[in-house]
Every structure is written in structure tokens, then in C-alpha cells.
Ligand binder design. Structure first.
Ligand SMILES: C[S@@+](CC[C@H](N)C(=O)[O-])C[C@H]1O[C@@H](n2cnc3c(N)ncnc32)[C@H](O)[C@@H]1O
Length: 386
């Protein structure tokens, strides 16, 4: 190996060992069409251990791997100059640039920096954030740029994701789990909120997880599982299934966000039957009860106005859902998910399992009074549970 490459590697080793390495880049692939475009290295602190995070930027995906000093030098030896011709080491006081020509001649340039820099142990900081947009999956999901900047048209979506993470954290943090937390996210769609949940539980709350995103669309399941595998996310998987057909082995937390019409009921019923400790759902399109109300022809001062009939149907649908959860021993809450400006489907129904014996007679009466008043035969959730 060329002397200059050896010198460069020694400088890397020295900077790494003395905690002076700020960042490093490997670029200019030897093969013009190499799928691996470049590598970005930064120091990170993981479980009190200083490691080096290598972000491998491929044509269509990013992959992050953490190495100790020895492993890092091993990887650099494999890459320089076989895969990359340029490397820059940024230390607190200087930039060391290695340039290898196509004929294999290596030159080294050192430039002192004007102002001393600090190595930024980003991982530690990021660990305390609810959602870290520079995690590679956010780029792969289309929410951020490669550099982890939220794109202009995804700002609203990101706010929604962040708000969701805040609420879910407040619900899950006080809970006690016996080992792995089993979660089913029913109707997981494009996976934004499932990844947010994964990130929250693993990176912030340090829990072992088994999260299943249940989704009926095979194209989404395929795409999301590719992202999961490329980032090597343990404990997260998308499963192609309808909510109704999905078999649950063990369940602690059931999530169903914006699952269409009665799919929310299918999810709630699954959660109750599996004895989930926590059920969180954001209902979406409330056709079943509205159709029952319309069919009955029973109108009152409110529901004679179409738009109010629509809104009333939403409230009755979700009130009966909440009451049904109470009937099965859950303490329920109805809360606003996010401001209307971000999404009109902004109600979150939360059920926490309790040991209290519910007053089933009273709850049944409340449900039947509502149904009678609005001419509703059955709420779909009743047919699933009773
Ligand atoms: C509106 S998206 C919501 C996605 C995600 N939960 C969110 O809130 O961003 C609803 C998703 O549920 C899926 N879905 C609807 N009915 C379903 C069912 N019965 N079983 C499984 N998935 C279903 C749809 O394919 C769609 O991807």
C-alpha cells in the first residue's frame, strides 16, 4: 500500500483515539457506476461507548453501521484505494485530504483550520429527540432530503408524525412491559407513523419491540420491508394481510390510525380480544353509522342538515366505540390528535386496560339510547364483539 495511504490511516487512527475526529468522507468511487456513491463518517456515543457511524450512501438507499476504531480502520483499508479515490479527514484542528489518481498515486494535503472545531457526538443528542429526521428511513420514506432536512411539502406530515409521537410517548412511558413490547399497527399504510413508533420505542425509550405493520396493499408492504431491511431494523416488519385475517400471538399495544370506515372496528375488536393493554386509534370515514342513520329516516333538529348529520354520525360512531371499550374494561379518552389545519381526521380514541369492573348495565343502556334516538340498528363493532 502507498505510504501516503498508510499515513492517512495513521492520522485517522490517531484522531479517533484522541477523540479529535470530527467527521470523514470517502468519495469518488473507482467504478464510475458503483451503486455505493460515498461514505460519511461521524463519531457517535452509544451506551457510553465512542463509536464511528458510517453512513453508506447508495444510489437508492442509505445504510448506517457503527464501528469501533479497529473495525473502522479495517473498513478503510478495504475501501482505500480499492473502492474510493478520495478521502477527507476533518479533525478539530486540520483537514487531511487523501487523493489517489487513477494510476494509483496517492497524495496527501493537510490544511490547518482557522477556528478549532468540536467533535459533535450527534447520536447522543439525537437519542433525546422524539423523531430524528436524519435517520435514513425518513429519506427513504420521502419525508426528508438525503441530508435529513424535511422537505417543504412534507412539513405538515412531519408535524403530524411528531405530535403523534408525543402523544404515544406520554401513553407508553408509564406502562410496564415484561420483556419485548408487542405492537400491531393496523392499516399501517406508507409506514410514516409506524416508523415513528419504532423510533420512539427503540431509540428513545430503549424498549425491545416486536412491531407488526398490518397492511392490505402488497406494493406498500414490499416497499416498506425493503426500507426496514436496508436499515437493518430489528423487531419491525410489515405483513400483508387484512386486519380481520391477521392472527395475533401476543399483543400489548394496538394502533389503528386512519384505518378506513369499519376497519377501525376490526382493529379495536382484535385489540380487545387479544387483551391489549393500550388501544390507540384515529378513526377515519364513518360510513357505516351514517348509512344506518340515513336509512332509518329519523331526523332531529340537528341531523336534518346534511353536514351536521355527517358530523353527528362521526361523533356517534366514535362515542359507541369508546363506550364499547369501556364495556370491556378499558378507560377511554377522546383527544385531539393534531390541529384541524393539518388533518380533519384529528380525533384520537385511546383505551387503557384497567382492573376496574365496568358498569356494563349502564354502558349498555347508554349505547342503546343513542342507537334508538338516531335509528341505528347495530354498530359494526357490536357485531364483532358480542
Ligand atoms: C389512510 S391510510 C392510513 C395509513 C397510516 N395508518 C397513517 O395514519 O398514516 C389507511 C391504510 O389502511 C389500509 N387498510 C384499509 N383497510 C384495511 C384492512 N381491512 N386491512 C388492512 N389494511 C387496510 C389501506 O390500504 C391504507 O394503506
Amino acid at each position: 500500500m502507498s505510504d501516503n495511504i498508510d499515513i492517512f490511516l495513521n492520522r485517522v487512527a490517531g484522531a479517533a483515539e484522541q477523540s479529535l475526529l470530527v467527521k470523514m468522507t470517502l468519495s469518488k468511487p473507482v467504478q464510475k457506476h458503483d451503486e455505493l456513491r460515498n461514505i460519511y463518517v461521524k463519531p457517535v456515543l452509544i451506551k457510553e461507548k465512542r463509536l464511528f457511524a458510517f453512513t453508506y450512501h447508495y444510489e437508492r438507499r442509505d445504510e448506517v453501521k457503527n464501528y469501533d476504531v479497529g473495525q473502522m480502520l479495517g473498513v478503510l483499508k478495504e475501501m482505500l484505494p480499492q473502492r474510493f479515490l478520495n478521502a477527507v479527514l476533518f479533525t478539530v484542528s486540520e483537514d487531511v485530504t487523501l487523493l489517489v489518481s487513477s494510476k494509483g498515486k496517492a497524495t496527501l494535503q493537510t490544511k490547518k483550520v482557522q477556528e478549532c472545531r468540536e467533535p459533535d457526538l450527534e447520536h447522543d443528542k439525537q437519542k433525546n429527540r422524539l423523531i430524528n429526521p436524519s435517520n435514513p428511513w425518513w429519506y427513504q420514506l420521502g419525508l426528508t432530503t438525503r441530508e435529513g432536512k424535511i422537505t417543504a411539502d412534507m412539513q405538515h406530515k412531519f408535524k403530524q408524525i411528531y405530535k403523534y409521537a408525543e402523544i404515544v410517548e406520554s401513553l407508553i412511558k408509564p406502562m410496564k412491559f415484561d420483556g419485548t413490547v408487542h405492537v400491531a399497527d393496523m392499516g399501517a399504510g406508507k409506514g410514516y407513523l409506524t416508523f415513528a413508533l419504532y423510533e420512539l420505542l427503540t431509540q428513545r425509550l430503549h424498549l425491545n419491540v416486536d412491531i407488526k405493520g398490518v397492511e392490505i396493499r402488497p406494493d406498500l408492504v414490499l416497499k416498506i420491508n425493503e426500507i426496514i431491511h436496508s436499515s437493518n431494523l430489528k423487531g419491525l416488519e410489515f405483513v400483508e394481510s387484512s386486519i380481520e385475517a391477521f392472527r395475533l400471538e401476543k399483543l400489548d399495544v394496538l394502533i389503528a390510525l386512519h384505518a378506513c370506515n369499519t376497519a377501525t372496528d376490526d382493529a379495536i375488536a382484535k385489540g380487545i380480544k387479544a387483551g391489549a393493554e393500550l388501544i390507540v386509534c384515529a378513526p377515519c370515514c364513518h360510513k357505516q353509522i351514517r348509512q344506518e342513520m340515513e336509512r332509518s329516516g329519523k331526523v332531529d333538529a340537528i341531523t336534518r342538515y346534511g353536514i351536521f348529520l355527517e358530523r353527528q354520525a362521526v361523533m356517534i360512531t366514535d362515542t359507541i366505540r369508546a363506550l364499547m371499550m369501556e364495556y370491556y374494561g378499558y378507560k377511554t379518552q377522546v383527544m385531539e390528535f393534531i390541529e384541524m389545519e393539518h388533518t380533519p381526521k384529528n380525533v384520537l380514541l385511546v383505551g387503557k386496560k384497567t382492573d376496574k369492573v365496568p358498569d356494563r348495565l349502564l354502558i349498555s343502556k347508554q349505547i342503546s339510547d343513542l342507537k334508538q334516538r338516531y335509528g341505528i340498528g347495530t354498530h359494526y363493532l357490536e357485531t364483532l364483539l358480542h
